[in-house]
Design a protein around this ligand. Sequence first.
Ligand SMILES: Nc1nc2c(c(=O)[nH]1)N[C@H]1C(S)=C(S)[C@@H](COP(=O)(O)OP(=O)(O)OC[C@H]3O[C@@H](n4cnc5c(=O)[nH]c(N)nc54)[C@H](O)[C@@H]3O)O[C@H]1N2
Ligand SMILES: Nc1nc2c(c(=O)[nH]1)N[C@H]1C(S)=C(S)[C@@H](COP(=O)(O)OP(=O)(O)OC[C@H]3O[C@@H](n4cnc5c(=O)[nH]c(N)nc54)[C@H](O)[C@@H]3O)O[C@H]1N2
Ligand SMILES: [Mo]
Length: 774
Amino acid sequence: MNETIGYPDPGLDLSEGFKPHTSHWGVFSARLRENNRLEVRPYGGDPDPNGIIDNFPAALRHGARIAQPAIRRGWLERGPGPDDRRGRDEFVSVSWEKALDLLGGELTRIRDTRGPGAVFGGSYGWSSAGRFHHAQSQVHRFLNMAMGGYVRSVNSYSSGASSVLLPQILAGYEEITKHNVTWEQIATESEIVLAFGGMALKNSMVAGGSISKHVERGAMEAARRRGCEFILVSPLRDDMPAEAGAEWLTATPGTDTALMMGIVHTLVGEGLHDQAFLDRYTEGWPVFLRYLNGEADGQPKDAEWAASICGIDASTIRTLARRLAGRRALITVSHSMQRAEHGEQPVWMGMVLAAALGQIGLPGGGYAYSLGAIGYYGRRVNAVPGPTLGQGRNGVADFIPVARIADMLLNPGATYRYNGATRTYPDIRLVYWAGGNPFHHHQDLNRLRKAFARLDTLVVHELAWTATARHADIVLPSTMTLEREDIGYSSNDPLMVAMHQIAEPYGLARDDYDIFADLAERLGARDAFTEGRTSQQWLRHLYEPTRASLATQGLAAPSFEEFWESGSLVVPQHPDDGGKLRRFREDPVARPLPTPSGRIEIFSAKIAGHGDADCPGHPVWLEKTDTPKAASPLFLVANQPTTRLHSQLDFGGHSTEAKHRGREVARMNPRDAEPRGIADGDIIRLFNSRGACLAAVRVTEAIAAGIIQLPTGAWYDPMDPEDEAPLCVHGNPNVLTRDIGTSSFAQGCTGQLTTVEVERFNGNLPPIRAFDPV
Ligand SMILES: Nc1nc2c(c(=O)[nH]1)N[C@H]1C(S)=C(S)[C@@H](COP(=O)(O)OP(=O)(O)OC[C@H]3O[C@@H](n4cnc5c(=O)[nH]c(N)nc54)[C@H](O)[C@@H]3O)O[C@H]1N2
Ligand SMILES: Nc1nc2c(c(=O)[nH]1)N[C@H]1C(S)=C(S)[C@@H](COP(=O)(O)OP(=O)(O)OC[C@H]3O[C@@H](n4cnc5c(=O)[nH]c(N)nc54)[C@H](O)[C@@H]3O)O[C@H]1N2
Ligand SMILES: [Mo]
């Protein structure tokens, strides 16, 4: 065991007045100099620090921050009610007293006349690192204590399809992502890694809660030096780092399921599949085999068939199958592939491919869903409990799958399918958001604007004037993480961080906790919400379970004061033991999987029983409804940005420096650019039937032909907010994406992929106003 356990980590540089802090994108220390000049230093123990921490200095005192509570003029003058002026109206700055009195009155009205079932409080979003001031935990606790509950959302934009599917066919989502194949195993054991959607370093640079060491580049490099082969299937060459030396295969986006079927068909046809594994550990292989061989529909899913769909030639597919067979092979499937129509299928089929290779449960082999998508996957699990703020009890049972928000607001009383049930959308009057940005994360933003127009009241706590704040009725300014004390912790990272306050709050900004405490007072629930504790007292209280566990394990167990003074604490981790899949492989009878059959479900009787044609009982190839056509001939890949986390601190230095002429940068292949008269560095207009945005363009061979890539996260910036579907002048791809679920089964987000046309933009370049003060 590591001898630093229970002690601070000396890699955290606290000399010269630097104080410890952390973020979703890395541990660092910081100090504030004269004129609010902020300096940040990455944690010295990090082999590969993340440049995103450089967004902090310019962001801290940026004019995009919210200085004072504000109320939309129409709401202030006419009171709550549906209003399409949201996002168009001006704001009136008010005192905290006035804002909280008005909001307290509105919450009381809703609670007493409509009940908590008329409040949507899902408040999806990543907010900031820090366990106590985590905005979702705060808002959920507040709504439970003060309102009696709220309609919640389930699942995430990240893994809407996989988190519903995996528990039915393999094991719980957390188990598969966080306690399965690790980077340590890849470095030492894997012989061939076939990565669908890649394992881009830009993505694993980020982890919710905190991340101390970025190990992925080093692990891939070590594996490659040992002779491990990496194969990347993706439209973008940089979805795998140069260190992996990956072979790059470009399949048509959205066709990976067919490619996987072609590989499995080849394995079976050549007798290379592991029949013994399939017999011993899986359920329903014969049913799937009939489909694979075309007994049901007359179409064998062979390499030629797959080639005709995915665009990779049949001989390459067959060679790939032979290269995988008989070796320690790892199949990884990225989050991105299931964030698309029928996103359940590549997740399920990737598992079937891994099962056919017989490697599931072996070190460095088998199936790793979403490895490399976020830095807390593929790590060891901590052996202590972390700080957790209790949420209380939600008195409302109703929920929606998270990405169905616009459907819900636009169609109260309508029915929809989810996970085998027919459900009814509630009639929501008030939406409360703290720590998330729907104008970043949701699809078809013009539709979202119409959905928000139907509400009585939209309340937003934000640290900056995001488009969501600009569409709200009541905007309350929150502190940012550097302006308060907290504990940074993630259950797959051994470094707990004492997040010291680095700067005073901006303007009149307050902690979400203090805002909710004062609001709870107005609703008669202050004591229930605060339990009589100040923030400082809460931090001590939340630290205690970790300290007690260290003491019980006979390890050094510093008091809260010692932890706080020293700035960090290294906690013990469980051995890298392969989790439930390894246990199952060792003894499938004594340690069955937590699926309905206890086995790997290639066929799921339960899912088949739902009777939903868009997600039947085993993996199938389903045509997408949004494929290139004359009006929108290019695929748009709207993936995660490199220079920030989602939309957070888009106004920071690291993010803005990467823009070109103020716009987000799209990338396209010369073969698509030249016929359109588009040159590197031009400003282009991307458009389809739903909307349009401007972006700068990089013309590059690093992206396959037929595809344009525009990352998410540039703040929505409508040229003329009065328009029905305004041009976003900044480059937010969600004005273009489709707002449909993955299928009737999981109803996940499908924002990753759509189709567009692009043209050179020759008009006068409109100014960027997204970061202007309001
Ligand atoms: N087209 C397309 N869309 C996508 C995706 C895609 O691949 N393609 N990916 C999706 C995915 S995977 C995700 S997870 C979502 C992410 O969507 P979000 O999680 O909603 O995006 P963030 O920008 O992280 O939003 C967090 C917000 O919280 C605010 N915030 C930070 N700290 C605090 C705080 O202490 N208090 C308060 N009150 N606010 C705070 C930030 O300023 C920011 O506006 O986007 C999804 N959207
Ligand atoms: N820097 C940074 N890192 C992040 C985030 C961020 O905002 N910034 N967000 C974090 C979050 S919340 C999440 S959930 C994860 C998301 O993790 P992912 O969803 O996996 O990440 P993306 O970058 O959206 O997509 C990865 C790659 O998938 C490829 N791809 C898209 N469609 C297809 C397809 O049909 N087939 C194949 N084979 N490949 C395809 C694209 O080229 C894309 O670059 O990232 C996390 N990491
Ligand atoms: Mo995500």
